[in-house]
Design a protein around this ligand. Structure first.
Ligand SMILES: [Zn+2]
Length: 398
């Protein structure tokens, strides 16, 4: 009976977690423009129907976040920004919420926001007038726009704390495709964003592991949608994962650098490049317009310390094996096994690695990891490594 209640509770929570009913693609965004009038920057979106946005501001860095219903983005290429707006990103933030993030060069507030009905060649429009302001008035605008911010606490399913139980005798592997939605990751020389490349690799790994019949495989995302860093390892914990693999693709100024590398969690980075990588990957939430101040700390550092020691040993074992298996037919970076303080690897009880599949800034490496042949080789290496790792676990009586 308690078990049934548990199941019912989890189902109920999943329903609540689903939040907004999944009405796919509520609107279409057909155009985006920036214009300048004195010091005022005007931002215009062409939308297929009148949509009421939630608009709020975030500090450090200065950002304007516009949340719309789930949208189809139909405009091609990047549009030039102007005035106080430095850049923009967009994508599916959570089911039912399409997010546009504007980066500001300096503090600025929304002087005006309104919608316009169709007129002549124009469809419905959403207009924002953005005006430079002082830091202190920006910060108070951040406070007053707070109510427009979606709350993660209510939208996510709580962690499952029950002891790990293996369903159907299969090991549980969670594959995490990095980035997604308004956080595109790196854009390499082949013009495909990291979020797209890694989703395809993650799918290939899932399929390869599924083929063996030995694993129960879950993905943190199977479409172009955002998850906060913390949410990714929470998904792994919810599934009682035995192994968590986060898939990314690297970038660097030097176009000659190429090859895969595997990262384990460490408070101190193994080298400068690893520290830079951690800084970049950990910025995911900022890029997608998440308010970091509100990210709750669910795992205390003491807990991490105790449980993580064993987990970190297993993580390091897996990383070692993975590097060997990748080395058979996937190009490797010279220093392949590395350490960095990566937020996504911080589940205290799930052995976790981050695989940087290759460099999007090296043409042939980028082509390799974005090809079906490359994906297959990566996926097969992960499968061989996973087989070997769990064989060792069995030998250890785990
Ligand atoms: Zn990445």
């Amino acid at each position: 009976m308690p078990r049934l209640l548990n199941v019912m509770l989890v189902c109920l929570m999943m329903l609540i977690g689903a939040g907004v009913p999944a009405v796919a693609k509520d609107i279409t965004i057909d155009g985006i423009r920036f214009g300048q009038n004195g010091t005022t920057t005007r931002f215009v979106l062409d939308v297929s129907s009148e949509a009421t946005p939630s608009i709020f501001l975030l500090a450090d860095p200065y950002r304007v976040v516009i949340d719309l219903p789930e949208a189809n983005w139909r405009t091609n290429g990047d549009v030039k920004t102007s005035g106080v707006v430095d850049g923009y990103r967009h994508g599916l933030f959570s089911p039912g919420v399409y997010r546009i993030v504007l980066d500001l060069k300096a503090p600025a507030t929304i002087a005006n926001s309104f919608t316009l009905p169709p007129n002549g060649q124009y469809s419905h429009r959403l207009v924002l007038d953005i005006e430079p302001t002082s830091r202190s008035s920006f910060l108070s605008a951040v406070q007053s726009s707070k109510s427009e911010r979606p709350s993660f606490a209510s939208a996510s399913v709580p962690d499952v704390t029950a002891p790990r139980k293996r369903i159907s005798g299969k090991r549980v592997v969670v594959i995490d495709a990095g980035h997604g939605g308004p956080d595109p990751g790196n854009l390499g020389v082949i013009g495909v964003h990291e979020k797209i490349v890694v989703l395809e690799i993650a799918r290939a790994i899932r399929d390869e592991l599924n083929k063996t019949g030995r694993y129960q495989v879950h993905m943190t995302r199977d479409r172009d949608i955002f998850h906060p860093v913390r949410e990714r390892f929470r998904i792994a914990r919810r599934h009682h994962a035995d192994l968590f693999i986060s898939v990314h693709a690297d970038s660097i100024k030097n176009p000659n650098v190429s090859g895969a590398s595997v990262y384990n969690l460490s408070e101190t980075a193994s080298d400068r490049e690893a520290a830079r990588l951690a800084a970049r990957e950990n910025k995911s939430d900022v890029i997608a317009g998440v308010n970091l101040a509100e990210a709750d700390d669910d795992v205390s550092s003491i807990l991490i310390d105790l449980a993580q020691r064993e987990t970190m040993n297993f993580s390091a074992q897996y990383a070692n094996i993975l590097v060997q298996e990748l080395g058979r037919d996937v190009p490797l970076l010279q220093r392949t096994h590395r350490f960095a303080n990566l937020g996504v690897l911080k589940a205290p009880d799930v052995p976790s690695v981050l695989l940087e599949a290759g460099y999007l800034t090296n043409k042939s490496n980028a082509r390799f990891i974005n090809s079906s042949d490359g994906r297959k080789k990566i996926a097969q290496a992960v499968r061989r490594a996973t087989d070997r790792y769990f064989q060792q676990m069995v030998a250890l009586g785990r």
